[in-house]
Design a protein around this ligand. Structure first.
Ligand SMILES: [Zn+2]
Length: 364
């Protein structure tokens, strides 16, 4: 397994390139079937084997990584073992996950259904031709899985402490306040956009749209930028642009955000544009997938994992959109995208064991 992991780490699979990794993976999984779903620069690979007529269980991940960048003590694409860790780009995000499911699946002898692996080379980029194209292909061919495990790094401090059962959505917004530029000495003759928005800022900054629930934090308005004016002390601004983001849970929609802002700014001359980057989703805790994954993590690590929805977005949201039960579980996430990204190999081995156990639970 270690050889497989080190081999995967050596491919310079910087988004949207697979760096040659898919050919290597095909030869590693040579007794399985493959479907290439390549679109533009993006390579997508479906690997599957039909053992029987039952459930279709799938593992998903991305082979692409972000660039190495500066500040490394060793080469990002030459895996280096020191003080109990393996250092290389992608050790956590997420060649560990890909290695673990390849290893677990390759060793399956019998299964009551189909097992597949969905791999993309474009997750770290904009992902336009990545997992979404795989899912469209699968839907068209009536081959969508019943349950998907995304092997992104999910643990916080100890391997086994957290599985992701859903993700918040993301709404991006831009407010433009329209006024009239003027001289600072004659405020009555202009319409100062900073003065226009000032009384309302307290109702926008940090506003909670709901109180969240057991699984989700409240949906909060976070201001990311405000700009206006000419960086001069004698000219008042006639235009202001405010940007914000709301990570929303299932209780708040884009329409709720729109309604609230229109109410707060009803006395201003403004334009609002809102874009839903991704939708929130959550897989039911009583579903077979979540229950089995929790038990398998506990069996292998002796830790009862937290059911979390924290963090940014991942391709799991796309499975959620297609109505597929999805869970995320992987190694500790504390050096992703950083210099000296690293993982303990024991975590990668543990992950392989969890996936093997999970496959077993679906076979009985
Ligand atoms: Zn990732």
């Amino acid at each position: 397994m270690k050889e497989l992991f080190l081999n995967l780490l050596k491919f310079r699979s910087i988004t949207p390139s697979d760096g040659g990794a898919f050919d290597f993976i095909k030869s590693y999984m040579q007794s399985w079937d493959f479907i290439d779903v390549n679109v533009g620069d993006t390579k997508n690979l479906i690997i599957y084997k039909k053992f029987g007529d039952g459930i279709h269980l799938s593992f998903a991940g991305h082979i692409d990584v972000v660039a190495g960048g500066d500040g490394w003590d060793s080469e990002p694409f030459e895996p280096m073992e020191r003080d109990g860790f393996i250092y290389a780009r992608g050790t956590q995000d997420m060649k560990s996950g890909v290695c673990a499911f390849l290893f677990a699946c390759k060793n399956v002898k019998d299964f009551n259904g189909t097992i597949s692996m969905l791999l993309t080379s474009d997750e770290e980029g904009d992902g336009t031709h990545g997992t979404i194209e795989i899912l469209k292909y699968l839907k068209k061919n009536d081959f969508l899985p019943d349950a998907v495990v995304v092997a992104e790094p999910t643990c916080d401090e100890i391997f086994g402490d957290s599985i992701k059962v859903g993700r918040r959505g993301s709404i991006n917004g831009v407010i433009e306040i329209l006024g009239l530029q003027g001289h600072a000495a004659y405020p009555q003759k202009s319409k100062n956009t900073i003065h226009e928005i000032a009384p309302h800022l307290g109702k926008l900054a940090g506003h909670l749209f709901d109180d969240g629930d057991e699984f989700f934090a409240p949906s909060q308005l976070v201001i990311t930028d405000i700009r206006s004016g000419l960086e001069l002390t004698n000219v008042t601004p006639g235009y202001l642009k405010l940007m914000f983001n709301v990570r929303n849970c299932l209780k708040t929609t884009k329409e709720d955000v729109q309604k609230y802002i229109c109410e707060v700014l009803k006395d201003c001359d403004f334009k609002l544009s809102l874009k839903q980057g991704s939708f929130p989703f959550r897989t039911d805790s009583s579903s077979k997938l979540i229950k089995n994954m929790s038990l398998c993590v506990q069996k292998v690590t002796n830790i009862k994992p937290r059911h979390s929805t924290a963090g940014g977005t991942s391709d799991a949201r796309l499975m959620g959109q297609f109505g597929i039960d999805v869970v995320e579980f992987g190694v500790i996430n504390d050096t992703i995208h950083s210099p000296n990204e690293r993982v303990r190999f024991s975590e990668v081995e543990g992950l392989g064991k969890v996936f093997k156990e999970l496959i077993k639970t679906y076979n009985s």
